[in-house]
Design a protein around this ligand. Structure first.
Ligand code: ACO
Length: 344
């Protein structure tokens, strides 16, 4: 582990990373619950009571994940005061890359005019932003890189079946992007710890089968006609049951690792999966909803983008102050789940 001398005391301490800039961007097109009634058999009341969602932003026309990632990244870079030459690592968390390959990270590197630095995508669904923060933090801790751009970007509604057949999923999801710049911490602030998990045996409760390399999913006339594999499937009740157990577990793991109690934490920024999931997590943990930041009402579930968008809005609303302890917590397809303890 890389040790650095502190300027004030001369005492060696472990290098860690800190979030120095954040930014987000959502598509202009707003879809209200009322708008969905024109597309499918549903009701404003069903959507609001089951999920808390009132509206979401959907990409339109040619708009893709990279178009959302770019402005979010520029904002994070501006806030951090970094120029394209400073960045030496790009990680994009996404399940809805513009192309099957390469990843959005390669496009973004070019769009932002960065040097030929490392760039890759992470496909850990709703946990991917926390996974990516963890990866960037490891590179900075070891001293390999100094300035990382970490982005969560989704244009996932392009894959969603927006008819009555797909309504259980269609009403929940939205598009957007959020970004963070990580650099070495020069004080007590920073990423204190990260905790990553996966339970692959339940992967088929929340998945999209194609396009993929599995035998039955080769793209041919029959699979295209049947279009059976090219939209997400969710076993909503199973996802719900697992999410409300894993969120508290992984939040507790972050607290224990840092000898913190829940009272020490100013704000938990959970993946915005469903308001009822977050309410149930708060109840199970015996804490008030004021400890959890939520903005799912405006954006729906934006998968890998939800935590960075929520982080930006919580910051803009003055809910995050220097010295605060925060916890980012995620659960999603895989199943994957993850947390990060942060001193702002
Ligand atoms: N509008 C109207 N009716 C609908 C809709 C809709 N959009 N979608 C499904 N229904 C119907 C179903 O067809 C079913 O009808 P039936 O009873 O006639 O068969 C009925 O509503 C199901 O109703 P409930 O059983 O009451 O649904 P439930 O309370 O289980 O809610 C939901 C479904 C919202 C999906 C719930 O299971 C849930 O919250 N699961 C968690 C999933 C989630 O939030 N995933 C987020 C993505 S994953 C992640 O990010 C972690």
């Amino acid at each position: 582990m890389k040790l650095e001398q502190t300027e004030s005391t001369g005492v060696a301490r472990m290098r860690k990373s800190a979030i120095k800039g954040i930014g987000y961007h959502v598509p202009a097109q707003v879809i209200t619950n009322h708008d969905l009634i024109d597309l499918m058999e549903t009701s404003e009341e069903w959507i609001k009571t089951r999920s808390g969602i009132e509206e979401r932003h959907w990409v339109k026309g040619d708009e893709a994940a990279s178009d959302l990632a770019f402005p979010a990244s520029k904002r994070a870079m501006d806030m951090a005061g970094v120029s394209p030459e400073d960045i030496d690592l790009v990680i994009v968390a996404t399940i809805s890359a513009d192309y099957f390959f390469p990843g959005v990270s390669a496009q973004l590197q070019d769009m932002l005019g960065l040097r030929n630095v490392a760039a890759f995508d992470i496909r850990a669904a709703c946990s991917a932003f926390v996974y990516s923060i963890s990866i960037a933090d490891q590179f900075i801790r070891t001293g390999m890189y100094n300035t990382a751009l970490v982005v969560g970007a989704e244009a996932q509604t392009k894959f969603i079946n927006k008819s009555t057949e797909g309504r259980d999923i269609a009403v929940l999801f939205g598009d957007g992007a959020g970004a963070a710049i990580l650099q070495p911490s020069i004080d007590e602030s920073g990423i204190l710890s990260t905790h990553l998990h996966c339970q692959g045996k339940d992967m088929k409760n929340l998945w999209m089968e194609g396009p993929g390399s599995s035998g039955s999913n080769q793209i041919n006339k029959l699979t295209i006609e049947q279009a059976r594999t090219y939209e997400p499937f969710m076993n909503g009740r199973e996802v719900f049951k697992n999410a409300v157990v894993r969120f508290p577990e992984v939040i507790q793991e972050a607290l224990d690792k840092n000898n913190l109690s829940i009272d020490d934490v100013s704000l938990i920024i959970p993946h915005q999966a469903n308001l009822r999931i977050i309410q149930s997590v708060a109840k199970r943990m015996g804490v008030g909803m004021d400890k959890f930041y939520t903005n799912i009402q405006k954006y729906g579930n934006t998968t890998a983008a939800s935590i960075p968008i929520a982080l930006c809005e919580a910051f803009d609303e003055g809910k995050i102050k220097a010295g605060d302890y925060l916890i980012l917590a995620a659960f999603g397809a895989g199943y994957t789940w993850a947390s990060a303890a942060i001193r702002w």
